[in-house]
Design a protein around this ligand. Structure first.
Ligand code: NAD
Ligand code: IPM
Ligand code: MN
Length: 357
């Protein structure tokens, strides 16, 4: 059965890292006879430059028709002066909301070979394997009203609205409980229900859902404490479920436990399990164009795509094993470099993964 993959390289290091993931995908396509077909389109700043908008209709249409999407990253200093409504990031947010990709899975796994690359002590992070389930199409990112208004005294006031409906909380809750069932059986729901009514409802719904999942041990934690616990004793967590903005922040924090944000992949799924896959990091303008970005988060995102959207578990595992083999050889991009390792470029890292495959 033929399936289609849409590549959206985006901006900054996006094209550099997607190029490596694309080569890896072509290789497994042949090796496992997957019958994948590839197309590409502009999004973010690249789309603004080409068409004036961050998410052209043609890109959205291609995304809607494809079985899975692999995105690099969007944004950068070139477009920072634009108003929020037409910035590159809106292209990404538009894809997420139009495709209803409400469930964002961000696994933070420490490859044992990288224990010394983490900024935490090896004993704190060794064996780390946590999954952050981030709600992706609601919360303060999308709540209305939003904007900047003028007050009676002539001063301007910026405002956003933090909202979650019961059904939105319930559907992300179910994804998280089901993930916990398949893993270590523990789910920690992260909120700020001592201050925010919206997360009071969040906690109530999570508690209610727990009755359907007696095999999962549910706990609750305030987000400030969770941020602290993630660096104090991260292995206490199995699955974390949280809202859009808290999940954004905590997943960058969790990334560093694995050695580098360049290691963290993600899957964003809708109810039909159609998915968009992307590294958790951004377009890294500070290193773009230098050929030194770590492509592994994107390559591992491609593995998640094969697993969750394309029904190609074997190919996914082959990519993950190849990444591990490359790390075994001591090959490291600058962000995960350590004393006894050999430094490689983005392209050389891609070459090494291809060779290991
Ligand atoms: P960033 O993730 O782009 O970069 C943060 C730091 O991590 C930088 O020092 C960067 O060099 C490093 N880094 C990131 N990815 C790396 C990789 N693969 N290999 C090596 N080092 C890597 O975050 P930022 O600087 O806050 O944001 C830059 C731009 O990216 C902004 O426009 C932002 O909006 C956008 N952004 C996009 C996404 C996305 O497309 N999903 C995610 C986050 C940020
Ligand atoms: C991410 C990014 C995005 C987010 C931005 C670029 C809109 O930080 O994917 O983590 O905040 O969700
Ligand atoms: Mn982020």
């Amino acid at each position: 059965m033929s399936q289609s993959v849409l590549l959206l390289p985006g901006d900054g290091i996006g094209p550099e890292i997607v190029a490596e993931a694309e080569r890896v995908l072509h290789r497994v396509n042949e090796k496992f006879d997957l019958d994948l077909h590839f197309d590409s389109a502009d999004v973010g700043g690249a789309a603004i430059d080409a068409t004036g908008v961050p998410l052209p209709d043609s890109t959205l249409e291609k995304a809607q028709k494809s079985d899975a999407i692999l995105l690099g990253a969007v944004g950068g200093p070139k477009w920072e002066g634009l108003e929020i409504a037409i910035r590159p990031e809106k292209g990404l947010l538009g894809l997420r909301s139009n495709l209803e990709l409400f469930a964002n899975l961000r696994p933070a796994i420490l490859y044992p070979q990288l224990a010394s690359a983490s900024s935490l002590k090896p004993e704190v992070v060794s064996g780390l394997d946590i999954l952050i389930v981030r709600e992706l199409t609601g919360g303060i990112y999308f709540g209305q009203p939003r904007g900047v208004r003028e007050l009676e005294n002539g001063e301007r006031q910026g405002y956003n609205t933090y909202v979650y409906s019961e059904s939105e909380i319930r559907r992300i809750g179910r994804v998280a409980f089901e993930a916990a069932q398949q893993r270590g059986g523990k789910l920690c729901s992260v909120d700020k229900c001592n201050v925010l009514e919206v997360t009071e409802l969040w906690r109530e719904i999570m508690t209610d859902l727990a009755r359907d999942y007696p095999d999962v041990e549910l706990s609750h934690m305030y987000v400030d404490n969770a941020a602290m616990q993630l660096v104090r004793a991260p292995k206490q967590f199995d699955v974390i479920v949280t809202g859009n903005m808290f999940g954004d922040i905590l997943s960058d924090e969790a990334a560093m436990l694995t050695g580098s944000i360049g290691m963290l992949p993600s899957a964003s799924l809708n109810a039909e399990k159609q998915g968009m896959y992307e590294p958790c990091h951004g377009s890294a303008p500070d290193i773009a164009g230098q050929g030194i970005a770590n492509p592994l988060a994107t390559i591992l995102s491609a593995a998640m795509m094969l697993r969750y959207s394309l029904g190609a578990e074997q190919a996914a595992q082959a990519i993950e094993a190849a990444v591990s083999a490359v790390l075994d050889k001591g090959l490291r991009t600058a962000d995960i470099m350590s004393e006894d390792a050999s430094r490689v470029s983005t392209r050389e890292m891609g070459d090494a993964v291809l060779e290991a495959l």
